[in-house]
Design a protein around this ligand. Structure first.
Ligand code: TPP
Ligand code: SF4
Ligand code: SF4
Length: 758
């Protein structure tokens, strides 16, 4: 078999057309393509990217940093935001450069990115910026990172309605290919209609990897005929609020619809043949689920056309183009809308079709009797979709033994699934040696509140930690709670990334309200939960101490695993004290007795980050290791309880269950040796014995049976690879995917990151 010619740099090599890349890399490829397409069209454009990290867009900034060379060569600037709304304002600014006649380029295309909660908090900027508009040769995309199942979030979110509210057209890609396609369409639409364009990013597209067609000339983008108002729709130098509002309502929305229509972004996939009866409308990830569901009940394109099923794939769920809807709905008795979360398409269908000659029955969240059909909560399951569609077909189109049999089988599967119980469940937990294992402890009698960041996981542990806030609100809940509580004081955990993002303002609020609270600013020198990004502006412990002093915090204490590193080297505000982490309890007891707002900065580097830095040789690696002498250990388990460390593991011996330290996962935090147990042995200068290498001696595949070849017919092949972060799960997926790509086969993988990895 001849293998596809593949190189590691293919992703961003514009001469390569079929490439294998992740959703986040597709965003970068799309930007490079945009710039080159502009150049070929005679435009000297540049690009600007800003946003804030968070799953499912947690890894985008890392990818942008990795591609900095290619981006710079294409005049694309990446500037991570301090937070989402400041990033959005910067993107708005990118549309203004040439307004004053001082632009260095013909226009700047721009990408904002943020997790759903970041979308929520940026609403004010989106509204302003969308009213103001985008520039003629610029354009802005907003990547909305939605987590429908709260797999890595403090709430389940889908943020389409925020964009509907601010009147930003939405594009919903069904996979990696469409991230590239809709990105290019979105920028063109933004230029044409003068609005921003939102792109829905969920784990199923942005966290997946696929083999795609990324040829530069792949899309022939059509600019529709449209009656523009005087002065056009692009950004202007003006202060005319009502004029902006008028343009948005009277022209921009219609211009976006005209663009969507001209480019066929909503399309009829199955025509329904000569006598269509039942229409199915779906969008984004749900489109793939519907295709799967139809396959599961044995309805392919030929069958759909024979029995009268019309399938409509929506690329732009808002604003839904009227003309497309009319074409789709013509002749149908019933329309089933399959979309996750709240009804966006369903309500527009009703709004547009009600009162016209075409009034099919429309069902979606509920059926015609008012019974639940596709719930707004959680995510939709392809099996449930298959059952609902199968039953609907049997009811509206007529009997079919095959469909009835498949529906019955699927029902049986679902019933079996409902009865299964998990054989094990795993609550997310701190990494080995995590500073939060020590930092989140509070003295007896005290309570702490959680917030956003890895320390949130303390809520699941026995840590007297209750309640949490949205990012940056840490401690503000206490302002509303304290006047009505018998409790006098709380500790509030606040990650350093969150402090930088917006949490510093919450401290100002606490001070201004004279709240009796101790902020524990957990300085782990990284935005850890999202992958260990550095702090914008290079935040340090002494910077934080000086900032909070300038805000008016009187009592400041620094608690660290290495107090010596500060001696004589760093200047702290007067009166700030430095302590070893062994004294954390004492320090906290003192601070809780201080009236008003006090600050404890807990300084210890994130263990995962330490491990990465040690691999790169940029962090000291102590030449000692800790072991547990099994013969001395009595198996009481106290070391695990005290250190909270997952590297302390049970080991079964002939004298019963003892404990051992898993040397491969130990991150050398050494908090486990603090107890009074004599079993602990510290060994200096020891190296872990490496497993005997097999290379060269024997063939490692010797004795491994040749795998049976599985026929890759129309059905394809799928696998679930499960495990937690760091165990090679993502690598196995990447190897399998690359193997398929090498053989020129279509493939797709979905990786899960963020809290899901912990
Ligand atoms: C408004 C908002 N933006 C982004 C996120 C995603 N997010 C979750 S945890 C986290 C990192 C917080 O970092 P830090 O405060 O340093 O805590 P650490 O994870 O390092 O303990 C981010 C960005 C979010 N939850 N809310
Ligand atoms: S990533 Fe860092 S801060 Fe987060 S749990 Fe792991 S060690 Fe702790
Ligand atoms: S090492 Fe010590 S603290 Fe840990 S289980 Fe054994 S006896 Fe208990």
């Amino acid at each position: 078999m001849t293998l596809h010619d593949v190189a590691l740099d293919d992703k961003f090599d514009l001469r390569k057309e079929r490439i294998f890349l992740s959703g986040a890399q597709a965003v970068i490829r799309m930007l490079l393509m945009q710039r080159e397409r502009d150049r070929r069209a005679g435009l000297n454009t540049a690009g600007f990217v800003s946003g804030y990290r968070g799953s499912p867009l947690g890894g985008l900034d890392m990818q942008l940093w990795k591609a900095r060379k290619q981006l710079a060569q294409s005049d694309i600037v990446f500037q991570p935001g301090l937070n989402e709304e400041l990033a959005a304002t910067a993107c708005w600014g990118s549309q203004q450069a040439e307004l004053l006649g001082e632009g260095t380029h013909d226009g700047v295309f721009s990408v904002w990115y943020g997790k759903g909660p970041g979308v929520d908090r940026s609403g004010d900027v989106f509204r302003h910026a969308n009213l103001a508009g985008s520039s003629r040769h610029g354009g802005v995309l907003a990547l909305m990172g939605d987590d429908h199942m709260a797999e890595s979030s403090t709430n389940a979110h889908a943020t389409e309605f925020l964009f509907v509210d601010t009147m930003v057209p939405i594009l919903n890609p069904a996979g990696v290919q469409e991230i590239i396609d809709y990105g290019l369409y979105g920028i063109a639409m933004s230029r044409f209609a003068g609005t921003w364009a939102a792109i829905k990013c969920v784990k199923d597209n942005i966290e997946s990897t696929a083999s795609v067609d990324a040829a530069l000339e792949r899309l022939d983008i059509v600019v529709p005929d449209f009656d523009m108002p005087p002065g056009g729709l692009n950004i202007r130098n003006e202060i005319d609020m009502l004029g902006q509002e008028e343009r948005l309502h009277e022209y921009k929305r219609a211009a976006a619809s005209a663009f969507i229509h001209a480019n066929g972004l909503n399309r009829i996939v199955y025509s329904g043949g000569s006598g269509p009866k039942l229409g199915i409308v779906t969008v984004g990830k749900s489109y793939l689920d519907v295709r799967q569901a139809l396959e599961d009940i044995g309805v392919d394109e030929a069958a759909a056309n024979r029995i009268g099923i019309r399938l409509f794939k929506v690329g732009c769920p808002w604003p839904l183009d009227l003309q497309h809807i009319a074409d789709f709905a013509r002749g149908l008795d019933t329309i089933v809308v399959v979309e996750e979360k709240r009804s966006l398409i369903e309500v527009q269908l009703r709004e547009h079709l009600y009162g016209t000659a075409m009034q099919p029955v429309i069902v979606g969240k509920r059926d015609e009797r008012g019974d639940g059909l596709f719930p707004a909560k959680g995510a939709l399951d392809p099996n449930d979709i298959a059952i609902a569609l199968g039953e609907r077909i049997l009811r509206t189109i007529g009997p079919s033994d095959q469909i009835a049999a498949r529906v019955a089988k699927l029902r049986q599967f679902q019933a079996m699934l409902a009865e299964t119980t998990d054989i094990a469940s795993r609550t997310p937990f701190f990494c080995s040696g995590c500073p939060h294992n020590s930092s989140t402890k509070v003295p007896d009698g005290s309570l702490a509140a959680a917030g956003i960041g890895c320390h949130f996981m303390a809520l699941w542990m026995d840590r007297n930690t209750v309640g949490f806030t949205a990012m940056g609100g840490e401690g503000a809940q206490w302002v509303g709670q304290a006047p009505f509580s018998k409790r006098d004081h709380i500790f509030q955990n606040l990650g350093d990334g969150t402090y930088n993002h917006s949490g510093a303002l919450a401290i100002r609020f606490a001070l201004s309200t004279d709240a009796n609270i101790t902020y524990k600013i957990l300085y782990n020198d990284a935005v850890a939960m999202t992958g260990g990004q550095p702090h914008e502006g290079g935040l340090t412990v002494d910077m934080i101490a000086r900032q909070v002093r300038a805000e008016g915090v009187g009592r400041i204490a620094i608690v660290t695993d290495e107090p010596a590193k500060y001696t004589g080297k760093v200047e702290f505000p007067a009166g700030a004290t430095i302590h070893h982490r062994d004294d954390l309890d004492l320090v906290q007891r003192e601070l809780r007795a201080v009236r008003g707002t006090s600050v404890l900065i807990y300084d210890q580097t994130c263990a995962a980050e330490k491990r990465r830095r040690r691999k790169r040789g940029t962090f000291p690696d102590p030449d000692k290791r800790v072991f547990i002498n099994e013969l001395v250990c009595e198996g009481c388990g106290d070391c695990g309880v005290q250190s909270n460390c997952v590297s302390i593991q049970p080991v079964e011996t002939e004298f019963g269950r003892k404990r051992k330290i898993d040397q491969s996962s130990c991150n050398k935090d050494f908090s486990c040796i603090n107890g009074f147990c004599p079993s602990f042995v510290t060994v200096h200068g020891a190296k872990i014995r490496k497993a005997e290498g097999m290379a060269g001696t024997t063939d490692p595949l010797d004795g491994v049976p040749t795998p049976a070849e599985f026929p890759l017919g129309d059905q394809g092949w799928a696998a679930i690879i499960d495990g937690v972060g760091g165990t090679g799960v993502v690598t196995i997926g990447a190897v399998l995917g690359m193997a398929a790509h090498l053989e020129d086969k279509g493939c797709g993988m979905i990786d899960m990151a963020g809290l899901a990895q912990k």
